[in-house]
Write a protein that binds this ligand. Structure first.
Ligand code: SF4
Length: 246
């Protein structure tokens, strides 16, 4: 069961229409160093790191190294560490599980079916995420409602029943243009693949560039239908319960 929000020194209850700055100030006050930003190093995460440095300076940062990320993302992670002077904790999949998967099904089983793709995401992403979140009170993500049909109902603050902690999405109402505007105005480092048409970047074999006008996440698992395009890190609203006052 989620703890009552009234226990927090800052009221998280009415943040659904608050600015990202106000949300992060409340997060800092309520969770301090017990909150961590899950970074996949998309443009939203870069904006959020900058905002955390300003308004939630106690927040920690971590990433899931699936073992299949593009080289450009690994390069960006090191540039981000240098630019912001932050520690980015890295969590890797369980080697025995990866070995069992690739031994049984090869190195591209994710193309066979949605179930096979979800199995790979569970081993390479979801299980390491559960370890990364263990013991924390809250996590931050760069989810935005306009990214895709699967994210249209994202709350700013919700109890994440899948992992047992609060989930805070300060950029939920931000547009793509707003996000890029913030990153450019602040001269923040971004993935060089964005300049090659990659709007959303995940694992190398499951990401490709998109054409103008396509959905932002059309290049992720492009062989699947849009409603399946989540890796399991972000449980849909039906499997999370909103907090008592959020
Ligand atoms: S995005 Fe692709 S390679 Fe990465 S974990 Fe999911 S299925 Fe596996």
């Amino acid at each position: 069961m989620p703890p009552p929000l009234s226990q927090c020194p800052a009221a998280l209850a009415d943040l659904d229409h608050a600015s990202a700055d106000v949300v992060l100030l409340a997060v800092e006050s309520c969770f301090g160093a017990e909150v961590a930003l899950a970074c996949s190093f998309g443009v939203e995460d870069i904006a959020l790191i900058e905002l955390c440095r300003r308004h939630a300076p106690s927040a920690r940062f971590f990433t899931i190294d699936t073992g299949r990320l593009p080289e450009a993302t690994y390069e960006l992670i090191d540039r981000v560490r240098d630019h912001f002077g932050i520690v980015v904790e890295s969590f890797s999949p369980d080697a025995a599980q990866v070995q069992a998967l690739t031994s049984a099904k090869g190195f591209a089983s994710f193309r066979r079916s949605v179930q096979d793709r979800q199995e790979c995401c569970r081993i390479r992403k979801v299980e390491p995420l559960a370890r990364a979140l263990a013991g924390r009170q809250a996590w931050l993500t760069g989810l935005r409602r306009s990214q895709s049909v699967t994210r249209a109902q994202v709350d700013v603050v919700a109890w994440d029943g899948a992992y047992g902690l609060w989930k805070v999405n300060p950029l939920a109402s931000w547009t793509t243009a707003q996000t890029w505007d913030f990153v450019r105005k602040n001269a923040l480092p971004v993935n060089r693949l964005h300049a090659e048409g990659f709007s959303s970047i995940g694992c190398a074999p499951c990401t490709r560039a998109v054409a103008a006008g396509q959905d932002e996440r059309a290049g992720r698992w492009w062989w699947e239908e849009p409603e399946h395009k989540e890796c399991g890190l972000h449980a849909p609203p039906s499997s999370s319960s909103a907090g008592p006052s959020s």
